[in-house]
Design a protein around this ligand. Sequence first.
Ligand code: AMP
Length: 542
Amino acid sequence: MLGLMQDWPLLLHRIIDHAAIQHGGREVVSRAVEDGGLRRTTYARIRERALACAKRLTREGVKAGDRVATLAWNTERHLELWYGVSGVGAITHTVNPRLFPEQIAWIIDHAQDRMLFLDLTFVPLAERIAARLPSIERYVVLTDTAHMPETSLKGAVAFEEWLAESDADFVWAAVDENAAAGLCYTSGTTGGPKGVLYSHRSNVLHALACATPDFLGLSSRDTVLPVVPLFHANSWSLAYSAPMTGAKLVMPGAKLDGPSLLELLESEGVTLTAAVPTVWLGLLQHLETKGASLSTLKRVVIGGSACPRAMTEAFETKYGVTVSHAWGMTEMSPIGSFCSIKPAYAHLEGDALYDLKVKQGHPPFTVEFRLTDDAGVDQPWDGATQGRLKVRGPSVASAYFRREDEPILDDRGFFDTGDVGTIDPGGYLQITDRSKDVIKSGGEWISSIELENVAVGHPDVLEAAVIGVPHPKWDERPLLVIVPKPGRTPAREAVLAFMSGKVAKWQIPDDMVLVEAIPHTATGKIQKTALREMFRDYRLPA
Ligand code: AMP
């Protein structure tokens, strides 16, 4: 027997409709890509312009199932387009501009995108690769006529001019809630990048799950600054969960440096912000140099790569800001877990609290975990046994775009994340490594993440990375690579001595080298492949 409740498909346009009706006057503030100034609009106005976008897209011939690409920063225009595209049943393909031009050309071609909307910043890049983008019929620059550059891009027009030919007299497309709405490619360190195709339903459920109190915990009283870009897997749901809850949005545009972020955090009264650790490194350094404080910020969400314990402690003890360590991946829309404090741990303080907060946390409803060994045998949740982390849920990929016949799920429908970790009896996940980065020493696994976390706590260390290097007896041993703080030259012995007692003796790196910079991927993670390449000829001291 079926229930007798209404059939109300979970479509993304309902989010912006709700924001406009219930929180219509709530502001969306953006740093303009043109001149760095601030532009102000509201959810009501964003909805109107999203409807106009949808109507204009229809006139361009864009229809349900078509892909529309963006190469764009977080701004209100990107958001209008984001809702406009899914509002006609088409698919927003947010392209990560930090990828190599060859990869960008490859994925736009692979996705067969029909139009490309791009910020001024990326016009030269698009011109360079345009000849390799035969599927793109028209380019729209996310600016106004006054700032429109001379360009050879096909049919190029300024977004404001393009939109001015339209109006909000449009009815959102009534597509199935399982219809595709968004496309994001993983950075693809091995093989070509892989496309993750989100649906209306998966994104709505993900945003709902993320908004709950143990996770993003958003309310209409919050002011949210998503530093994490729309092109990094739906800005960790914030472009949906903020309007869904009526939180004010502050979009940082192209300026993600410490001083620019601090200015926005303070001038707009931001209460919650989210980004990868490297961004926060920049902000913390700036705060320290300036002797500044954070007067309104309550919570910072840190994920995308492991949040070092020292970073959590700095935010919490020096600035009174609560850190939520989050883990996830493009294939999960992307959030998989959040480290919020369950009641059994509410009494923890000091070191014991930070021991917990260094973990990646527990999953929201809609995400299930499974831990197995290489043979697929379930491993105990004892906080010590490492295993391959597998996930299942309505916002987890079931296959990659245009590779639908390649199975990616195990016998029970779980997706192998490629991450290795432990789960403790309280249900908290701790990621110890990517399966390909874990250091295999004498049959034991050493977590590069754990070593990095400890090393970065040394007062002279700015950033740390650990890779495995060949060893005649142990197969691999850890090599610590560090970027020192400006003006410091920490000695190898001092840093290794600092680490001793904080990790097992046999896990202490065999050597340490200083570098000026550690390579990062397009999503801000330490690029272990590039680092291993840098140290290909390195030999451990005898
Ligand atoms: P991406 O799809 O680019 O977001 O990358 C996902 C991968 O980033 C995950 O599979 C992890 O290896 C890594 N990652 C994300 N968040 C964390 C975290 N909090 N700690 C450690 N690794 C993380």
